[in-house]
Structure formats: structure tokens, C-alpha cells
Design a protein around this ligand. Sequence first.
Ligand code: DAH
Length: 342
Amino acid sequence: MKNKLEELKKKILEDLSRVKSGELLRELEIKYLGRKGELSNILRAIKDLGAEEKQEIGAIANAIKNDVSVEFERIKKEIGGKEETAGFVDVTIPGKKIACGHLHPITIIQAELEDLFKSMGFMVLDGPELESDYYNFEALNIPKTHPARDMQDTFYIDKKNQNGEYDLLMRTHTSPVQIRAMQKYGAPLRAVIPGRCFRSEATDARHEHTLYQFEGLMIGEDINFSHLKGILELVGKKLFGAETKLRMRPKFYPFVEPGTNGEYTCSLCGGKGCRVCKGSGWLEVIGAGLVHPNVLASGGIDPEKYSGFAFGFGLSRLAQLKYGIDDARLAMSGDLRFLNQF
Ligand code: DAH
């Protein structure tokens, strides 16, 4: 009887594997599982067996019935799905929306600035985010003991160099690429450097530990302050509109001499004074100046022969001002409710 059952199971599964229509499936269901079906007949005959055999054969027969029923159900679903939809297209169903990505607000501003500077013959460069103390500070005229280091405290890497010093850090600004560019390309030189920087900030609405900057460097034989001013005026008009004015006031940065800040008339109130510009009418977004002779020398350029200007924008801050974003932390949050507005 055991053999008979196994054979029957094999036969049923074989028949099922060939089934293509619902009609044939129903026929097979009646043939095997129906009240007078082959499997049912065997199950019924079990009651006449001896007690021991009854138990053994009963268990096998039930297991087979289960397996076969599951297979019937599976094929029923498969065929049913196909038969229902075959040849039927519901043209009234609305189309599926394809989610389309878009640029991040900081990337939009970066691309605008890159376009402007490329049109004036500047190269677009990048540099390492993991920097050495030398490029990030020393070569930019910020020696170990200089108090200017305090303003740019950052994340140091827990690894000593050959001299037993910790000299690897996440760059605090894009300025180290000035030195790398001078060493690689020499003078004359025109380059802009967008990139990600890091600071050990206690984060709040105005401070974020990861920020984007946009650095500029131009070196030639007679480059002076008026070139810098002309370029920064152009940038302001491109970013905030033709009416935008530039104001420059002395500010100390160790890598430039003289050093200056750069402020544009507030794009939101047109210079009248508002919440964003804190009533002043001006937005400070730039640090700039004429490249310090020590910095030119670090880059291998003769300060007697060449001069140049440099500037650095806070890209993250520009994006905040341009789009009226009131919390610096949103830009890096990855929050789609924020990002989908751009
Ligand atoms: N690196 C400066 C900062 O992160 C910004 C800066 C100031 C860049 C003056 C410059 C510059 O190139 O000339 O605060």
C-alpha cells in the first residue's frame, strides 16, 4: 500500500506539471482528490487495516494529500492570475509616477559658480579631505603656536607620523588646495576649488561640523586688489542679481596680506535691513585678500616676481542665504521633506 501511495503521488505531480488550463486542473482535482477520487479511495480503505499499519499508512497518506493539495492550490493561483489578466488592459489606470532626483541646493550654487569661473579661464580643482597639518596650517602661514588655529579646531586622526606627531586632520577649509595647486601648476595660475570641510563645532542652527566652501586663487605678474574686487562684484551679481553691491572691510587671515571680508547687499531686503541680515542690510559671505608672500613661497612661487589674490566663500552659508534656509543642519540631514523643496 505504501508503494501504491508513492506511485500515486508521483503520477499526480507529473499530471500537474503538464497542466496549462483551469479546466484541466479541475478535472484532475476531481480525478484524484474528489469524493470518489483515487486518493480518497485509498484513504477510505485505511480503516480496514490492522492497528499498526493503520497508523503508519494513515500518516503517509495524509502527508501526501497535504503535499498534493498545496501543489493544486499553487497552480490554481498561477493559472487563475494568468487567465484573469490575459488579453485585458485597463487603459483607465493612472500611470505610475517615476520619482525623479534633483540637485541639492548647495550643488546648484556650486555649479553656478563653477560655470562663472570656467568662463573666465579658471580651472576647477579638488584636493584631499584628509589633510596634513602642513598643508592645512603651516604652509598657509599658520604656525603651530598661532592663535588663528583656535578658530578652526577640527578632527585629528589618531595616527602618528614618523616623527611621533599627530599630523593628519580633516581639513578645516579649502585653502590647503591653494598650496597644492601652486606646487602642481606654478604661475600664472587661475583656479577655483569647491569642497567639503570639517570643524569641531558644537552644532546649532548656524554651525555644522561639515560644511562646503568655494576657494579661489589667481596668480600672475601684476595681480592686485582691484582684480579681486572686480571678480567678487561679478560673483555677487551672478548670485543675487544685478543690483547687488559689494562692501569690503579689513579682516585678518594669516594667509593673505592685506586681508578683507566681503559683504553683499542683502538679497532678501535689498539692503534695507531684515531678519536674515540682522538689520544691517549686508551679508558677510567671503574671506579674501592678496596672497601672503610666505604662502607663495610655500607653493614654490617667487613672491618678488608674482602676486595674486585668494578668496573663500562659505557655500553652505550662500545656499542658506539664497534659499532662506534658517537651519544650517538641514543641508546635511538627508530629510526629504526639506530636499524636495528644491
Ligand atoms: N579659509 C578661510 C576660512 O575658512 C576663508 C578664506 C579667507 C579663504 C581668506 C581665502 C582667503 O582664500 O583669502 O575661514
